[in-house]
Design a protein around this ligand. Structure first.
Ligand code: SF4
Length: 267
């Protein structure tokens, strides 16, 4: 029989991790919510969820990111820098920020009250030159760090089918950053094996328009309740993982905080 007795260090390790987790989770929850919708979110299927995010609706009481999830997010950010360095090492010219240090991005629908654009996004980078075999240039570059399962699914099905959120995000960047003439470069690193998946993603006008239209619908609302739920059933698997499920499916839906005036699109 195998011995499952915890090692003497387990208690110390658990307490140590709990200490780090508590600090990270408190810092994360203290961050002010975004007061705009990011391009990275506009491929989200549920418009009601986007409405909750845009209107800065508090998440359900038990819905917050755990420390280990926050560290996975951080690993994803770190991977962008590493992959940019790998690309440069391999002969690509990759721009990841402007001379003043700001990321390349776009914003539409300026809001005086919020002091920001209602829809905006920042891309990982632009590849302006490189080996002829992988051109033409310039091209948008988007990078993700994925777990083994997600990475293999992306490799098997391609970005459009496997990761529609990323696909919509890239389409918006191509459209708004003037990078629609050449297919974008999508790269993903397998966090378990270190393998790289790369795909050229051509501009898809219909997908870019659909994501842009979705953003316009979301920022034109006074409350999230104006937007459709993705399902008629609270038991839908997508709702099970949603941070707003309790609020969304409760009979009395509290009003969202600080609902802004609807945006005038000039039509
Ligand atoms: S609970 Fe379901 S319908 Fe409601 S916001 Fe979340 S995903 Fe959308």
């Amino acid at each position: 029989m195998m011995d499952f007795t915890p090692s003497p260090a387990a208690a110390f390790s658990d307490a140590f991790q709990a200490h780090i987790d508590a600090a990270m989770e408190a810092a994360n929850q203290a961050q002010p919510p975004r007061n705009y919708i990011g391009a990275s979110r506009l491929g989200e299927e549920c418009e009601r969820m986007l409405g909750y995010e845009y209107h800065q609706t508090p998440k359900d009481p038990d819905a917050h990111f755990q420390g280990k999830t926050l560290r996975i997010f951080d690993r994803g950010h770190d991977a962008e820098t590493r992959m940019a360095n790998y690309l440069r090492l391999a002969g690509f010219t990759v721009l990841t920020e402007r001379p003043d240090g700001r990321q390349f991005g776009f914003g539409v629908a300026w809001d005086d009250a919020r002091g920001c654009y209602r829809i905006s996004g920042h891309c990982d980078g632009v590849v302006t030159a490189g080996p002829d075999d992988f051109g033409p240039y310039p091209k948008l570059w988007e990078m993700k760090a994925l777990g083994d399962k997600g990475w293999k699914d992306t490799q098997r099905k391609g970005v459009k089918v496997s990761k529609p959120l990323y696909y919509a995000q890239m389409q918006l960047y191509m459209a708004y950053l003037g990078l629609a003439d050449h297919p974008s470069l999508f790269t993903a690193i397998n966090g378990n094996t270190g393998e790289i998946y790369a795909e050229l993603v051509p501009f898809d006008h219909a997908a870019a328009q659909a994501a842009s239209d979705r953003g316009a619908r979301v920022v034109s609302t006074l409350t999230p309740d104006e937007l459709p739920r993705i399902s008629k059933q609270s038991t839908d698997f997508r709702c099970k993982f949603c941070s707003y499920a309790q609020r969304c499916w409760s009979e009395a839906q509290p009003a969202a905080a600080e609902a802004p005036a609807p945006w005038n699109w000039g039509n």
